[in-house]
Design a protein around this ligand. Structure first.
Ligand code: RIB
Ligand code: CA
Length: 311
């Protein structure tokens, strides 16, 4: 069982990732959820996180608002993918839960300080601003992190927001650079793997027959945001980017990749936010990331459908 903090910018795929975690108490103990500006501004990502916890009937999960903008750059959002609210596709009631008063960054620092070294995993589903800010404010927590499982980056798949950059990294490349160079053990789920778990019509049918409020919301969300990938990539369905992070916590063996060096481009206007993965080991740069490249999609969806059916 992993003790985790989920750092997130919901986002329909973030929402599915959170539901998968909350449906798997024997595998994942969600200590709290910290929200960050990304897909939509912070006030909406925070609200969305509350709505998802209530949808899962988990009002006990503490939700914290974190950073409302990148470390150094102007916030870039993705309403063109996720809709104005960030959770377009399902009409959820206004949240009755309230945000915690503590800032998300302070919560990250507090939990990592109060728990024994190597016992808390950070699952990041959005830009890495909160994590980098916590590391800057309290460097002593860095070597206390058990592992960072993150959705971000791309190599063979290249960019989804620019020709070379994936959204989470592109929004805050300086934050990503701090995290990737931190020395914390990192497992990355880049587009190379997340574009292999697409919600096809067959998967939509499997989700639909669950017949719950949760499954109907998941269906509506994925039917909404699949448009972007269908138009751009002629994809067979919505890619479940962020659920790859929580699925890894539960069944790591369905993923495969390489332990390679990954550096973040922070200077070039042409390739800003690119994750430069030395996949073929052509440099002497030290490996720092388990960079995933493949997943057993059938086993991924079997897990997802089984766990969603519990909520
Ligand atoms: O590029 C995909 C990532 O950007 C996902 O985390 C999605 O939610 C958006 O944040
Ligand atoms: Ca996200």
């Amino acid at each position: 069982m992993r003790k985790v903090i989920i750092d997130t910018d919901p986002g329909q795929d973030d929402a599915v990732a959170i539901l998968l975690a909350l449906a798997s108490p024997e595998d994942v103990d969600v200590i709290g959820i910290t929200t960050v500006a990304g897909n939509v501004p912070l006030d909406l990502t925070a609200r969305n996180a509350l709505q998802v916890c209530e949808l899962a009937k988990r009002k006990d999960i503490p939700v914290f608002a974190g950073c409302d903008r990148p470390l150094m750059r102007t916030l870039i959002t993705a309403e063109h993918v996720h809709g104005k609210t960030g959770l377009a596709g399902a009409d959820l009631p206004d949240p009755s839960m309230s945000l915690q008063d503590t800032h998300g960054v302070d919560f990250l620092i507090q939990v990592l300080t109060d728990n024994p070294t190597g016992t808390v995993t950070l699952c990041t589903l959005g830009p890495l601003t909160n994590i980098a800010t916590a590391f800057n404010q309290a460097p002593e927590i860095i070597n206390r992190v058990q592992e960072i499982i993150l959705m971000g980056g791309a190599y063979f798949e290249v960019g989804n927001i620019t020709p070379t950059a994936e959204f989470n990294i592109f929004v805050d490349p300086e934050a990503a650079n701090i995290v990737f160079r931190s020395g914390v053990p990192i497992v990355a789920m880049p587009l190379d793997v997340t574009h292999k778990v697409l919600v096809t019509p067959n998967h939509q049918q499997d989700i639909s027959v669950i017949g719950s409020d949760v499954s109907q919301a998941v269906l509506g969300w994925t039917k909404f945001y699949e448009r972007f990938d269908r138009d751009k990539y002629s994809s067979a369905g919505a890619p479940l980017h962020d659920p790859c992070v929580t699925a890894y916590l539960i069944r790591p063996e369905i993923f495969s990749g390489r332990f390679v060096n990954v550096e973040i481009e922070t200077q070039s206007s042409l390739t800003l936010g690119m994750t430069v993965a030395d996949w073929w080991r052509v440099t002497d740069r030290e490996p720092n990331v388990q960079f995933m490249g493949n997943v057993d999609s059938d086993k991924f969806f079997a897990l997802l459908i089984d766990r969603l059916g519990r909520l």
